[in-house]
Design a protein around this ligand. Structure first.
Ligand SMILES: [Zn+2]
Length: 381
């Protein structure tokens, strides 16, 4: 294949500023959709408020259920506080590295999906339908994938998040929660009337520390290591001469596959009980704010085995099966009953200043995705 095509596609996608918030993925989505229409795909645009658009494209097949869905997100994270040495939207290169916000996470991947689509469309798709989804908002609320799984199903999916050309079969989830301790406001001199909500929270924080250091390390996952918890934000206090009436801490608990939301809520309530043993009459409560499940797929699943074979065929080496710590949209697809695996190019700098993708890995990724589509949908590139 001509690697220049995949590289040109990556450069073109990087020109669109899809920093989320606010996202504004529409122009980037229309660009991808127009190419896919040109190559014979049937393209649907799903419009959301504020210039946001997801693209779902399909070709080939007559089955009721498409065998394969390739999916990636159009949005990218903000530039961050640190200055960039390169223009984040100008596709500057240094050797094999292409720099830019989203080059690695994940417009290189989207370019690989497009190039794979172009290759298989040229050869004519046969038995099975290939579905490609370019979705909005993965970096914030995953509105795009949440909507995708309401509209579409498939026998298998590949989320093309960058994995360094390895095969990712597991990722962590998370629970965000707010813990509140109550106190009693009083003049700072009135120790007999006041109850210090912040000091009470100190005992809660110590109990969180015990959970983090003593309990969570006991049950590691073979690919994801241990679960973890940390305090993310803290607020409280009315003034230097006043007893604080309440204190709020937001915590993040990173979860492993198999850990259920109810179990985490119960665990955080036990943290309050643990704190109350040291600080009797502590009044507190836990409120779960948002949960995202962890995900794992059986390494023996057909899509994993086929992907490993495709990588071996294209790249001449067996990939490693890996786990990733962050949360991904794969969990939403998995929860919708679609066996999902993650595979994408090499690079670095996701969510950091100085982000780049290795262009030759984008080309390899495109070839692997095309090969996988042949295996699943019976087409010939
Ligand atoms: Zn991503």
């Amino acid at each position: 294949m001509n690697g220049q095509d995949a590289i040109a596609l990556t450069r073109a996608l990087l020109q669109f500023n899809t920093v989320n918030p606010p996202g504004r993925e529409r122009d980037c989505a229309r660009h991808a959709g127009a190419l896919l229409e040109e190559w014979g795909f049937k393209v649907d645009y799903h419009e959301y408020e504020d210039a946001r658009t997801s693209v779902i494209a399909r070709a080939g097949g007559s089955d009721a259920k498409p065998p394969l869905c390739l999916t990636g997100h159009l949005d990218v994270v903000p530039l961050g506080a640190r200055p960039w040495s390169k223009n984040p939207f100008a596709s500057e290169t240094d050797g094999d590295r292409l720099y830019g916000r989203g080059a690695y996470d994940m417009k290189g991947s989207l370019a690989a999906m497009l190039e794979a689509a172009r290759l298989v469309a040229g050869g004519g798709l046969a038995a099975g339908e290939l579905v490609l989804a370019f979705v909005i908002d993965e970096e914030y609320q995953s509105l795009g994938t949440a909507d995708l799984v309401r509209r579409e199903t498939a026998d298998a999916a590949v989320v093309t998040e960058p994995t360094g050309l390895e095969v990712c079969v597991a990722h962590k989830g998370f629970v965000w929660a707010r813990i509140e301790t109550q106190g009693r406001a009083a003049h700072g001199s009135r120790y007999d009337e006041g109850d210090d909500a912040i000091v009470r929270m100190g005992h809660v924080l110590a109990a969180i520390d015990r959970l983090e250091r003593e309990v969570l390390p006991r049950r590691p996952h073979p690919l994801l290591g241990r679960a973890s918890v940390h305090a993310s934000t803290i607020a409280g206090g009315l003034g230097l001469s006043t007893f604080p009436d309440r204190c709020l801490v937001e915590v993040e608990r990173r979860t492993l596959p198999g850990e259920r939301d109810e179990e985490i809520a119960a665990e955080l309530n036990r943290v309050l009980e643990d704190a109350a043993r040291v600080s009797p009459r502590l009044i507190g409560r836990v409120e779960v704010l948002l949960t995202r499940p962890a995900y794992e797929i059986d390494p023996g699943a057909p899509v994993v085995r086929a992907l490993v074979e495709s990588i071996r065929a294209v790249h001449g080496r067996a990939p490693r099966l890996i786990g990733e710590f962050p949360w991904f949209d794969a969990a939403l697809l998995g929860a919708a009953g679609i066996p999902t695996v993650m595979f994408g190019p090499q690079g670095t700098g996701a969510h950091a200043a100085e982000e780049w993708v290795d262009l030759s890995s984008v080309v390899t990724c495109a070839e692997v995705l095309a090969d996988l589509t042949v295996r699943f949908c019976g087409s010939a590139p």
